[in-house]
Structure formats: structure tokens, C-alpha cells
Design a protein around this ligand. Structure first.
Ligand SMILES: Nc1ncnc2c1ncn2[C@@H]1O[C@H](COP(=O)(O)OP(=O)(O)OP(=O)(O)O)[C@@H](O)[C@H]1O
Ligand SMILES: [Mg+2]
Length: 357
């Protein structure tokens, strides 16, 4: 029998983001690429001394598949598995495994792709860290701005009393006006940390109804706010005002995006609640959670800011301060929940998930 040998220079495999190994029918590793080294956490040398079967939590399926592929019974086969992290750091990486024949006798290609969810989770975690860092930066900045701002405003007021020329009082008026505007911004930036949580039993539909009536009072015509409630959702402990504010900010954005449709008379927002079971968010798994969708039929979140809308001071509209969603996210997170967004033209959905007892 011919001795199987790596048919392609190893560098070619190292360019790939997916994990690739060549193995013989018995699982002996002939070649492992850089992505695989990274995932398993062992050096290429160590990997190539061992067996591909050693890397999976349950190698049964891989063992059978390798034999079948090598014996020409099938040309390719796919299944899901868990790769063990053998080096530093432990745990498992869920992967999609593709085993296929090569042109070299006795040599089988094993390709492993990290499962989407895992990648998404990592991305979420990274983005979460970034958002938290941003929020802290902005918060510290707000603190720094707050004190001198009072001084500037006071001095401008004193000055206004001293000067009599209309032209000059116009200047002091501008200073006072702008100082007030900045003060409002700073207050909003510091808002979530000003008041301690007031915890009570919350019925999510009470929260939705409150928001709905506030919005309908503001837009009595041209907008329908539909409800699609799952009334079996149990109460949970939380801060009612915070949750109302969070949902209101999201719904408010929807109404702003819906401007044209409101004018045309066919704007629609849907408030939808559901119970979801066995959900994982962050790294935590919850037995039960409530899901609140705020859906609108507006033009969608501008592409350019789509992945940053929860960051502070990111706005896609004139006159927006870019704080509404940051605050909404902070409030939801204070309920151990998450908020995300899925948007295409004509259908934007903000999804709030909050764990239930
Ligand atoms: N439902 C939506 N449809 C389209 N775009 C949206 C929607 N919700 C949010 N956005 C976009 O996300 C941006 C950020 O929203 P956010 O509420 O954080 O800030 P803002 O509305 O600009 O200002 P603020 O809420 O502080 O007054 C918005 O400016 C808008 O461009
Ligand atoms: Mg807003």
C-alpha cells in the first residue's frame, strides 16, 4: 500500500480560516493546519503525532465516517461534533465536520467549521466589552463636563445682567442656551446611574400598554400600534420605570423612522410578547425568558451604523443624540436581559429578552 503523504504544501492550508486535517482511514493525522492548532490548542507537531479521533469529545461518528470514506462507500459526509480544547483553556468548540475523499489513496480530508452560533456568541461578547468600555468612557466624560458647565452658565447669567447692549445679551443667551442643551445631554448620560433600581412585580403587558398609550397620544393619526401578546407570561421582579423607558426609547425610534409612513397613514408598529424556553444569551442558559418584539414597517436602520446603534452617541438622524438605545440596553441589562436588532427595509425588529423566574 502506498504511504499516504500530504499532497499539498502545508502553507496552502494555513491560509484557511476553517480547520483542516488530512488523516488516514484509521484516523492517524498526516497534516493539520494553523486554524486547527489554534482551536485544539496544541502545536502542529503534537497534532501530527496523534490521531484526529483524539480531538473530538465523541469520536465514534468520525471513526466510522473515515473508514467509510476511505473504503469508497461514500465520497463525502457531514455531521456536527465537539472539538476538545486540549491546550491552554478548556471547554469544547462545536463544529460542523465535513469528511471527504482526496485523490490520494488512503488519505481523507477532514474539515471542521466552527458552528455559526459560537462565532456569533464570541462576536457578541467582544462587542459587549466594547460597548461597556465606551459607556464608561462617556460616563466619565459626562462627569468631567458637568461641573464646569454649571460655572459657565452662572457666569453667562451674571454677564447678561451687566451688559445692556442687545447684541451682547444675544451672545450670553446663546451661551446659556447651549449650556442647557449640554446639561440635558450630560444628565441623560448619567441617568441610569443616578437612581437605584426600584424593584417590584412586573407585568410586561402593563409596560407595553403604558408605552402604547404614550405613543398613541403623541401620534393619534397615521400610526397603528398592534398588540400580539402572550398573556400567559408570568410576572417577574424588575424596575417598572426603567423598563417603560427602555421600551419607550425603542418605540420612539420606530416612530421617528416611520415619519413618512405616518404622514401617508400606513405606519405600523407591532408589540409582540412570547415565552421562550431554554435560551442562551451571553454565556448563560435560562430555562424561561420573555421575548418582546418591537417591529415596525419603516425604512430600516441605516446600513452604515447598523452594528453600532447600541453604542453611545451613535445616531443616524438629524438632531439625534444617540443615547436612546444605549439607555434602553443599560436598563435591559440591569434585568439580566439582552436587546438586539434585525433590520431590513420595511421590517425592523428590536428584540428584548429578559429571563423569567
Ligand atoms: N426602528 C428603527 N428604524 C430605523 N432606524 C432606527 C430605528 N431605531 C433606531 N434607529 C437608528 O439608530 C439610531 C440610534 O438610535 P438612538 O435611540 O440610540 O439615538 P437617537 O434616536 O438618534 O437619539 P436619542 O434617542 O438619544 O434622541 C437612530 O438615530 C436611527 O438612525
Ligand atoms: Mg432614539
Amino acid at each position: 500500500m502506498t504511504e499516504a503523504a500530504p499532497p499539498v504544501p502545508i502553507e496552502a492550508y494555513d491560509q484557511l480560516a476553517t480547520m483542516v486535517a488530512l488523516a488516514d482511514a484509521g484516523g492517524r493525522c498526516l497534516l493539520a493546519n494553523a486554524a486547527l492548532e489554534g482551536a485544539v490548542g496544541l502545536s502542529r507537531r503534537a497534532l501530527q503525532r496523534g490521531s484526529v479521533l483524539d480531538w473530538l469529545v465523541d469520536p465514534t461518528q468520525l471513526r466510522e465516517t473515515l473508514q467509510m470514506v476511505a473504503a469508497d462507500q461514500v465520497t463525502t459526509s457531514r455531521f456536527d461534533a465537539q472539538v476538545k480544547r486540549l491546550g491552554a483553556g478548556d471547554g469544547e468548540v462545536p463544529v460542523h465536520v465535513i469528511v471527504c475523499q482526496t485523490d490520494w489513496p488512503g488519505c481523507v480530508l477532514v474539515e471542521m467549521i466552527e458552528i455559526e452560533q459560537q462565532i456569533r456568541l464570541d462576536r457578541e461578547e467582544r462587542s459587549h466589552g466594547l460597548v461597556e468600555a465606551n459607556k464608561e468612557l462617556v460616563r466619565n466624560l459626562a462627569h468631567e463636563i458637568k461641573n464646569p458647565l454649571g460655572g459657565i452658565r452662572g457666569a453667562a447669567q451674571l454677564l447678561a445682567m451687566e451688559v445692556s447692549s442687545r447684541e451682547l445679551t444675544e451672545y450670553t443667551r446663546v451661551i446659556i442656551h447651549e449650556a442647557d442643551r449640554l446639561q440635558t445631554l450630560v444628565d441623560r448620560l448619567l441617568a441610569p446611574h443616578r437612581r437605584a433600581q426600584v424593584v417590584a412585580d412586573i407585568n410586561i403587558h402593563e409596560v407595553c400598554e403604558r408605552v402604547r398609550s404614550l405613543i398613541l397620544a403623541e401620534f393619534p393619526r397615521g400610526l397603528v400600534v398592534m398588540r400580539d401578546y402572550d398573556t400567559s407570561i408570568p410576572e417577574f421582579r424588575g424596575d417598572r420605570e426603567q423598563l417603560i423607558q427602555a421600551v419607550l426609547n425603542v418605540v420612539h425610534n420606530a416612530t421617528q423612522a416611520l415619519g413618512e409612513r405616518i404622514a401617508a397613514g400606513d405606519a405600523r408598529i407591532v408589540l409582540r410578547t412570547r415565552v421562550v424556553r431554554q435560551v442562551t444569551f451571553g454565556r448563560q442558559r435560562f430555562r424561561l425568558a420573555l421575548e418582546l418584539h418591537v417591529e415596525d414597517n419603516g425604512p430600516g436602520v441605516p446600513e452604515a451604523i447598523r452594528d453600532r446603534i447600541f453604542h453611545p452617541l451613535v445616531s443616524g438622524r438629524d438632531g439625534g443624540s444617540g443615547l436612546g438605545l444605549t439607555l434602553a440596553q443599560t436598563f435591559v441589562q440591569q434585568h439580566r436581559g439582552t436587546i438586539d436588532c434585525d433590520s431590513v427595509a420595511g421590517r425592523t425588529v428590536f428584540r428584548i429578552l429578559i429571563p423569567l423566574p
